[in-house]
Ligand binder design. Structure first.
Ligand code: AMP
Length: 471
């Protein structure tokens, strides 16, 4: 998973600063690396590095990126190793210098096929990252085949399968587009006469953006120096669409990934989570003494449970906010260690209580097993675990990091075995039909990680033989 942002200013050269703020609000979408590319009309400049946004983008660095338009990216690796070479944005050089840059969020399913085709026509790649493939596809068809950039993007939407929400920058123009199935969110808004784009609306809020709207699946938006920005569409703002196929937005964004203060896929994230909690509450006939979330991702789900049951909601586990997302840590040892460092139970709070613990999902089972052990040690009499999603049984190929089926606990154990493994007195997952009830347009979502119904056939496009074995 990753986060992207873009800014097109109509009066000053501080676009990179605005992009930095937008990336900072989206740090939860990736902590591995971050980068910004900016244009002043003459040059495109790039700065990217491993680490957190605020550590990378000092005032000095931002001044060097001075320009009226900029794009940026925060990354956590789903494919490709966690090295700077795979960080985004990508700058693409031509004989006239570095004049294109791209940042994207999502995973391309037919990467290998498209990359081989481009290579056979003499295109050279410097990484294995999806963003580079998108950028080189556009530049090849624009520079060598003579297509307009918008036509190249339309062709890209026909040829490249899978998930990509992307921003593409030239020396003067910004192109914003989203794959035809709309897997990942992408929104834009106005900041006075400027235009801001981000993966999540919380990043637009921090820029005081107004008239926020979603970039539609298959939509291409072009922002040039002369266009007066006008939402949703005007003749001066070139807008074109590729016929959207059936839409498959990622339901996991709403369950877990996005921030609760974001709006996306036509939904308020916190509201969906609250509804999920109420559904979980409807499964239980007993009343616990207290409901606690695994903070922060399950806060609103637990609140929904408590409100429906009319029992107390408490923050019984305290989270160290300086430990990042434990799941995103690259290996199991780091994940185990950071769970222990991340949560601590309130003293004397759990003594002899019947607790409902709510988490958003169980993937490998690492986090919740340790947490339940902690709560039991703190004196809880009973621990009932409620999960705000159906069991995750299938890998995601569209940008969420659930790499192999072998690692997914629900693929290897029955629900009762999981209950025993994590040490809970009872365990209930959200039913998929109840999850569908929590959104307004349930048919517009991808549920592949729960039911294995992949909207883009995975077997046809597997990148490596290792991935084939994992299915
Ligand atoms: P695990 O310990 O592997 O069972 O991880 C489950 C926890 O990680 C859940 O409590 C979620 O909050 C979080 N999580 C679930 N899926 C993901 C994901 N794809 N990327 C990052 N974090 C996740």
């Amino acid at each position: 998973m990753c986060g992207i942002a873009a800014y097109y200013a109509r009066g000053d050269l501080s676009a990179a600063n605005q992009v930095m703020l937008a990336l900072y609000s989206q740090q939860h979408r990736g902590q591995e690396s971050s980068g910004i590319a900016a244009t002043n009309g003459k040059f495109l400049r790039l700065h990217k590095s491993m680490g957190y946004v605020k550590e990378i983008f000092s005032q000095d660095v931002l001044e060097r990126l001075s320009g009226f338009a900029a794009i940026g990216h925060v990354r956590y690796p789903t494919r490709g190793s966690a090295i700077l070479n795979n960080a985004q944005p990508y700058i693409i050089e031509t004989l006239s210098g570095p004049i294109y840059a791209i940042a994207s969020n999502g995973d391309i399913v037919n990467y290998e096929e498209v990359a081989l085709e481009l290579q056979s026509r003499g295109v050279h790649f410097t990484s294995t990252n999806d963003g580079e493939l998108l950028g080189r596809f556009i530049v090849y068809h624009h520079e060598r085949e003579g297509l307009e950039i918008t036509e190249a993007i339309q062709l890209l939407m026909k040829r490249i399968r899978g998930a990509y929400s992307a921003v593409f920058l030239t020396r003067n123009n910004l192109y914003v587009f989203r794959d035809i199935q709309g897997f990942r969110p992408l929104l834009m808004g106005k900041v006075n006469d400027d235009i801001a784009v981000a993966s999540e609306s919380c990043a637009l809020d921090i820029l005081h953006a107004t008239e926020i709207r979603e970039v539609q699946p298959g939509e291409i938006i072009v922002i040039t120096p002369n266009t007066a920005y006008d939402i949703p569409r005007s003749s001066s703002l070139f807008t074109s669409t590729v016929e959207p196929q059936h839409i498959h937005q990622c339901i996991f964004e709403l369950i877990y990934f996005s921030r609760p203060d974001s709006y996306e896929f036509g939904e308020y994230v916190y509201e969906v989570r609250h509804k999920i909690g109420a559904k979980l509450a409807s499964y239980d006939e007993f009343d616990a003494d207290v409901v606690i979330p695994v903070p922060d991702s399950a806060n609103f789900i637990a609140l929904g449970y408590a409100d429906a049951k009319k029992i107390p909601f408490h923050m019984g586990l305290i989270r160290n906010h300086y430990v990042g997302r434990t799941f995103i840590r690259p290996d199991q040892y780091l994940r185990d260690e950071s769970v222990r460092q991340k949560f601590n139970p309130l003293k004397d709070f759990f003594q002899d209580k019947r607790i409902v613990v709510v988490d958003d999902s169980i993937v490998r089972g690492t986090t919740i097993r340790k947490i339940i052990r902690m709560i039991k040690r703190a004196g809880a009499r009973e621990v009932h675990l409620r999960i705000g999603s159906p069991p995750v049984r299938f890998s995601c190929f569209y940008g969420i990091d659930t790499p192999t089926r072998q690692e997914l606990i629900a693929n290897n154990m029955t629900i009762d075995q999981i209950r025993e493994y994590v040490g809970a007195d009872s365990l209930k997952y959200l039913k998929i039909e109840d999850l569908r009830d929590c959104v307004k347009q349930p048919n517009n979502f991808c549920y592949a990680c729960f039911n294995g119904e992949y909207p883009v056939p995975k077997h046809a496009y597997l990148r490596t033989s290792m991935e084939k074995e994992q299915i």
